[in-house]
Design a protein around this ligand. Structure first.
Ligand SMILES: [Zn+2]
Ligand SMILES: [Zn+2]
Length: 142
């Protein structure tokens, strides 16, 4: 819903612009995509949008907290618009596919730092590395 995106932008004090709306829509429909993919998606709607504009929009939205940037080791930075729920990610070592994993429930001893060094911890970033179903099937059928 475009109007939802407008409300989100206004809520964080950002002007409503067509590229910002297009980036939010692209990330809603395609979570965990890299910058190049965001540019491609935005251009299907707005062919004239420059790389720089999309970079600037991603930076502004990330800074404002509307978009989360994730950067698994060995992969390019990805963006998603599901923010604020401290969810985690499962990443496939073979193809780089990323899936959302809801925050662990129940006893989560690893999320309580054994020594927080005096930090006030408000987030634990967890990446579950493994093999996605597609790649696991590939491998066993080879
Ligand atoms: Zn895979
Ligand atoms: Zn996610």
């Amino acid at each position: 819903m475009t109007s939802d995106f407008e409300a989100q932008l206004r809520a964080v004090g950002l002007h409503v612009t067509r590229p910002r709306l297009a980036v939010l829509a692209a990330l809603r429909d395609h979570p965990h995509v890299d910058t190049e993919t965001v540019i491609t998606l935005v251009r299907t709607e707005q062919p004239g949008v420059s790389h720089q504009t999309v970079y600037d929009v991603l930076r502004a939205l990330t800074t404002a907290g509307l978009v989360r940037r994730i950067h698994p080791a060995g992969s390019s930075a990805r963006y998603e618009s599901r923010v604020g729920d401290n969810h985690h990610h499962a990443v496939c070592r073979a193809c780089g596919a990323i899936a959302d994993v809801d925050c662990a429930v129940g006893a989560t001893p690893c999320l309580t730092a054994s020594d927080d060094h005096g930090f006030v911890v408000d987030e634990a970033e967890v990446v579950y590395w493994g093999t996605c179903p597609g790649c696991a099937t590939d491998r066993s059928s080879r």
